[in-house]
Ligand binder design. Structure first.
Ligand code: 4NP
Length: 177
């Protein structure tokens, strides 16, 4: 079954990275102004709080380049700030060289994931794509991190709930050498 194969491939990728230093993580969404810069900020906060920043390279990018150079969306920054995250990333478009520069490329939803698979030049590059929800254990009706751009405050809070849970699990999983 395709899903079984994909899950096993993701597990193989994750297992191959346990204890790797530095491990290089790239979060990807559509605009790179809401979900992926928030994921970057949440994971960086976890890593920094453990004095582990030398062992991690963390970045984010968007499949759509229309916001390139922009700060994260003001609403995302405000909601993140309330939880103690300072989001300073500048939006950039995903580039093919990211497949060489990162170990794990983490899309937020299935549309981002499909776009990345289309862009991947080799099977080895494709194997680096592991969806964010692979790390989320929180009980939720979502199978993806939903785009909050056209939503209200709850949309941004939901994104942060999912990302805090997923990034904590990502950190634990990869740190377990
Ligand atoms: P993101 O949210 O993919 O989480 O950064 C979006 C930001 C901008 C747009 C869509 C989604 N947009 O269409 O401009």
């Amino acid at each position: 079954m395709a899903t079984y194969g994909a899950n096993r491939k993701a597990d193989d990728t994750i297992n191959s990275l346990k204890g790797k230093k530095p491990v290089k993580i790239l979060f990807v969404c559509l605009g790179n102004i809401c979900r992926s810069p928030a994921a970057e900020g949440v994971l960086r906060s976890i890593v920094d709080s453990r004095g582990d920043s030398d062992a991690w390279v963390i970045d984010s990018a968007g499949t759509y380049g229309g916001h390139a150079g922009d700060m994260p969306d003001r609403r995302m920054r405000v909601h993140a700030q309330h939880r103690g995250y300072d989001l300073t990333h500048r939006s950039r478009k995903f580039r093919e060289s990211d497949f060489d520069d990162f170990d794990l490329i983490i899309p937020m939803d299935s549309s981002n994931e499909c776009d990345l698979h289309d862009l991947a030049p080799t099977p080895e590059a494709e194997a680096k794509i592991v969806p964010m929800m692979r790390f989320v254990t929180l009980a939720t009706r979502y199978d993806h991190v939903p785009d909050p751009y056209y939503e209200g405050a709850e949309g941004f809070e939901l994104v942060l709930d999912l990302l805090e849970d997923g990034c904590a699990n990502l950190y634990i999983t990869l740190n377990r050498g």
